[in-house]
Design a protein around this ligand. Structure first.
Ligand SMILES: CCCCCCCC/C=C\CCCCCCCC(=O)N[C@@H](CO)[C@H](O)/C=C/CCCCCCCCCCCCC
Ligand SMILES: [Ca+2]
Ligand SMILES: [Zn+2]
Length: 287
């Protein structure tokens, strides 16, 4: 069938978008968002070259975290691995978004972040903060799933607001971490919490500065803040997710004696944090 005929066919169906409209969501620069980096400066096929390349950090950190968290995931729940597998997709969509600045790229980038957040909440949100009508983690996960499906659909209503809404989640994460840790005296936990907050503060400063201070950074010919945000937010995610996973492990699998360690250098607490299990596993205990 001719393309015009196909288009006319679909146009006959009320409220079905035309083929042109559907194709345009993939078009270069069809997103209403444009970051500070000059478009097409380094390549005629890649709109924002540095922002695209800095998203490669997802492919560096994700496999290392998958490897480091394997003993913990095996003991607690193999679904933990989904977090860093999904982070690889966030990286792919982030690259696609900055390469094209297309509407489809923007939505894939933002929706993938929303679903990683949903997964983290389902896995690690502390039981004692569950709403009173929720009796266990399974029901909590179902509630998170319903909210995430509704939020995913709502994200098409005002797409320019999505990134701000996603950033607001951090306020909630900071709030419950504060409540959880206000009586904590474990120096390792506190150091990890402060490092997570520090990385996030640096990251969000770059994100906001790129969004709202672009003319200033253009004068300095330094338009790389969004790319730097990519690197810092992946590190903040590694730190914060390990922290909440550790708090969860201390409550849910205490017999395995979870311990916070750093790769590659544990001595100075630098590098990527992970959970080492120093005790017996459940299976060994039963045998
Ligand atoms: C019980 C919950 C524990 C949560 C632990 C952390 C969960 C992290 C979840 C998601 C990872 C986010 C990865 C960010 C990818 C960035 C891609 C990107 O740059 N997208 C932009 C467009 O290119 C877009 O404008 C950005 C939108 C905002 C993203 C907001 C992400 C929130 C990340 C939360 C990090 C937590 C740090 C907590 C510190 C104490
Ligand atoms: Ca740009
Ligand atoms: Zn980005």
């Amino acid at each position: 069938m001719e393309r015009a005929a196909v288009d006319a066919f679909w146009r006959g169906i009320p409220s079905f978008p035309s083929i042109d409209k559907m194709a345009s969501v993939f078009a270069y620069e069809s997103s209403q968002i444009d970051w500070c980096e000059d478009n097409y400066r380094n390549s005629e096929n890649v709109v924002e070259y540095f922002n695209t390349m800095s998203s490669l950090i997802f492919f560096v950190i994700a496999p290392i975290m998958l490897y480091l968290l394997h003993p913990y995931a095996k003991e607690r729940n193999l679904a933990v691995h989904l977090v860093w597998i999904m982070m690889v997709f966030v990286g792919i969509f982030s690259m696609y978004f900055h390469m094209t600045l297309s509407f489809m790229g923007q939505m894939l980038d933002e929706l993938s972040i929303l679903w990683v957040l949903a997964l983290c909440y389902s896995l690690w949100f502390p039981r004692k903060h569950f709403p009173s009508f929720i009796k266990d983690r399974k029901s909590f996960s179902h509630m998170v799933l319903i909210i995430t499906v509704i939020s995913s659909l709502s994200s098409f209503v005002k797409p320019t607001a999505n990134a701000y809404a996603l950033n607001c989640f951090t306020i909630h994460i900071l709030y419950f971490l504060f409540v959880e840790l206000r009586n904590c005296t474990d120096q390792k936990v506190l150091r990890l919490a402060w490092s997570s907050v520090g990385l996030w503060v640096l990251a969000i400063s770059c994100w906001i500065s790129d969004r709202f201070g672009c003319s200033f950074w253009q004068k300095l010919d330094f338009c790389y803040l969004h790319g730097i945000w990519h690197i810092l937010i992946v590190m903040a995610t590694a730190y914060a997710s390990t922290l909440v996973a550790y708090l969860d492990a201390s409550l849910e699998i205490p017999y395995s004696l979870p311990d916070l360690q750093y790769w590659p250098q544990n001595k100075w607490s630098i590098g990527l944090p992970y959970i080492a299990l120093k005790g017996s596993t459940k299976t060994r205990k039963i045998c």
